[in-house]
Design a protein around this ligand. Structure first.
Ligand code: N2P
Length: 360
């Protein structure tokens, strides 16, 4: 009798698992080697639905509204912190994440600033926000000693007025562009003081007429094709543009520089929404991502550093040996982080950004 009961339970459990064998992941665009998605399905038998976004604000709207339908999402640290406070995520079940032993304590110490004890999230990738240039075009326009590694390039209207001819994209990311503008004028990029933040507005409006587009993913191809010559964007995206141009053999040379004045260092964290339809499969996905070889494959493909110490031995030299991806001590000292704005300040920031984008 006991045996019969056990086997009945087993059948019910199996049927339940079959019904729920689907995991929905919402990650940033251009952020994974798609072969890994196939590998996940083959290895686990779980169907993977993988959608992409290019804006923390878009993800945040879904997280705060609830019922997103996603099992795994990837906010950056500052956004994660606010969404944890709002009750948007569930705590991770460590017993289901044996590969967590691969994580890198140096990165965990930093991400704990946003998610104490890393109770709700694991680091997927981290990087910097900086300047992508088409070296040839920018030097043609501004001369051999064009300030390609300085915020002068993008926030000095004299430079931007000339660069508009070859095209400039800025991220549509107010919580990264405003700190950068503050850094340019020597203010604290993480200031929460509305009077200080207000000083970013004239800087951004001053160059606004010369910005071709505010967009957070189109610049990869636009740089690679030679359609634009400057992008203020994310490190790995610009390095992907460099590779796409090299593969196309179109004579376009792309370079990435973290601004010499200081660059934002951010952390993108994988977390499970509180109302995820399949938290079980979400843990299987996170554990798959934390496998050392899988994580290395992802970084080798997208040119972003990760939070997985064990993956380092599988990283190609182009990635682990590039200080723009894995910064050395000197580079690290020149990076800053930010903290989430309180709600009232966030509203000011959103209003300013709407004004900047509309250019009025
Ligand atoms: C990937 C962009 C991820 C960096 N395309 C933004 N946090």
């Amino acid at each position: 009798m006991k045996n019969l009961m056990l086997s009945t339970t087993a059948v019910v459990a199996l049927a339940g698992a079959a019904l729920a064998d689907e995991v929905r992941v919402y990650n940033w665009s251009d952020y994974i080697d798609e072969d890994l998605l196939t590998k996940f399905e083959e290895e686990t038998g779980i169907d993977l639905i993988y959608d992409v976004f290019d804006s923390n604000e878009v993800l945040e709207t879904k997280m705060l509204a609830g019922s997103s339908g996603y099992d795994v999402v990837v906010p950056s640290g500052t956004f994660l912190q606010r969404q944890i406070s709002a009750g948007a995520f569930q705590k991770l079940d460590a017993s289901k994440l044996p590969n967590a032993e691969n994580l890198w304590d140096v990165v965990e110490a930093r991400t704990a600033q946003y998610d104490p004890d890393n109770a709700y999230s694991i680091n997927y990738m981290w990087g910097t926000t900086g300047i992508g240039v088409n070296v040839g075009k920018v030097q043609e326009i501004l001369g051999e000693d064009a300030p390609m590694g300085s915020l002068e390039l993008v926030f000095n209207p004299e430079n931007m007025e000339k660069l508009q001819a070859c095209g400039v994209h800025f991220l549509d990311a107010p919580t990264e562009m405003i700190p950068a503008a503050l850094k340019f004028i020597g203010e604290d990029p993480d200031s929460h003081d509305p009077d200080v933040i207000a000083k970013a507005e004239p800087i951004l409006l001053g160059v606004r007429p010369y910005v071709t587009k505010f967009h957070s993913s189109e610049y990869i191809n636009a740089l690679a094709n030679g359609d634009i010559c400057v992008a203020f964007g994310w490190s790995g995206d610009i390095l992907q543009a460099r590779d796409r141009a090299a593969e196309a053999e179109n004579g376009v040379e792309i370079a990435y520089n973290a601004p010499s004045e200081g660059a934002l260092m951010w952390f993108d964290q994988m977390a499970i929404p509180v109302d995820a339809p399949n938290p079980e499969a979400a843990h299987v996905f996170l554990n798959f991502i934390m496998d050392a070889q899988n994580m290395a494959q992802a970084s080798n493909y997208v040119y972003y550093a990760n939070g997985n110490e064990a993956s380092k031995e599988f990283l190609v030299e182009d990635v682990i040996g590039d200080p723009a991806i894995y910064p050395d001590e000197a580079t690290l000292e020149n990076l800053y982080t930010t903290t989430p704005y309180p709600a009232k300040v966030q509203r000011t920031v959103t209003r300013m950004w709407t004004k900047v984008k509309s250019g009025t």
